[in-house]
Write a protein that binds this ligand. Structure first.
Ligand code: HXC
Length: 259
């Protein structure tokens, strides 16, 4: 393992796993950790073997937030001048699907990181929240925007203004997460299963599917539907479309070419 604060592996065919591994600080997301995370994600993004990524932490913490000790003495000129937190956005430029398996604390930047994933799964003790208000700040890595889009204004306001945490069951009920598992291990396995399923499909269709769903957050319904149709049309220029539909017609399993 080439990294200090994360572990990487390929536990299933086509699946890259990144495990946040800074146990003494409950996976607090320091700048060095985030640089490693970006570097591991870029490596999986570049690898033709990998079709999807699972991002997880420990049983105790997915991540307890940005590193408060690192931020404590930060000044405005430093924060603004160096565009503190900007590198977090790199995660959202990854085109391969990311499945987050959240066990334990996912607070502040940890909650924001989980919300950047494409699919969010929770274990029984997932504990989400945006406690920044208690530190005299506000969410800074998209929390106010992604949470509001996912759960609506009243709940988002409640969470951001009170700093009160919410459970995995609530996250699932509100549509922020798509599943809650009975054990932490089942949560990670479930994320790996889903990632493996995705990695078993043609890479181009998967990339297009992620792109069009994300477009729903950026545009009007009319424009979004048009955008989807254009990408849909474009896939008829791929081998995989011919392979997939021919295999169906011949009752065979498709052998994707990713072209
Ligand atoms: C730095 C952290 C940390 C954090 C925990 N630790 N969270 N260090 N940054 N965000 C460290 C503790 O200081 C402690 O180190 C060790 O991890 C274990 O934590 P404990 O507090 O002893 O554990 P516990 O009593 O189980 O409490 C767990 C906890 C609590 C409820 C999660 O640690 C906590 O409230 N953490 C802060 C959560 C938070 O406010 N997150 C938002 C951060 S702001 P030592 O050395 O004492 O053993 C943020 C801004 C985002 O994320 C904006 C842009 C990204």
């Amino acid at each position: 393992n080439a990294y200090e604060f994360i572990l990487t592996s390929t536990p299933r065919p086509g699946v890259g796993q990144i495990t946040l591994n800074r146990p003494k600080a409950l996976n607090a997301l320091s700048t060095p950790l985030m640089k490693e995370l970006n570097s591991a994600l870029s490596a999986f993004e570049a690898s033709p073997e990998i079709g999807a990524v699972v991002l997880t932490g420990s049983e105790r913490a997915f991540a307890a937030g940005a590193d408060i000790k690192e931020m404590k003495d930060l000044t405005f000129p430093e924060a603004y001048g160096k565009d503190f937190i900007k590198l977090w956005s790199d995660i959202t430029n990854i085109s391969k699907p990311i499945v987050a398996a959240v066990n334990g604390h996912a607070l502040g930047g940890g909650c924001e990181l989980a919300m950047m994933a494409d699919i969010l799964y929770c274990g029984p003790k997932a504990n989400f929240g945006q406690p920044e208000i208690k530190l005299g700040i506000i969410p800074g890595a998209g929390g106010s925007q992604r949470l509001t889009r996912a759960v609506g204004k009243s709940k988002a306001m409640e969470i951001v203004l009170t700093g009160k945490n919410f459970s995995g069951a609530e996250a699932e009920q509100w549509g922020l997460a798509s599943k809650v598992f009975e054990t932490p291990e089942a949560c990670v396995e479930g994320a790996l299963d889903t990632a493996e399923t995705i990695a078993g499909y043609g890479r181009l269709a998967v990339k297009a599917a992620k792109e069009v769903v994300n477009q729903a957050y950026e545009t009007s319904l009319h424009e979004g539907v048009k955008y989807e149709r254009r990408i849909f049309h474009a896939l008829f220029a791929t081998q995989d479309q011919k392979i997939g539909m021919t295999a169906f017609a011949n009752k065979q399993k498709p052998e994707w070419k990713n072209e």
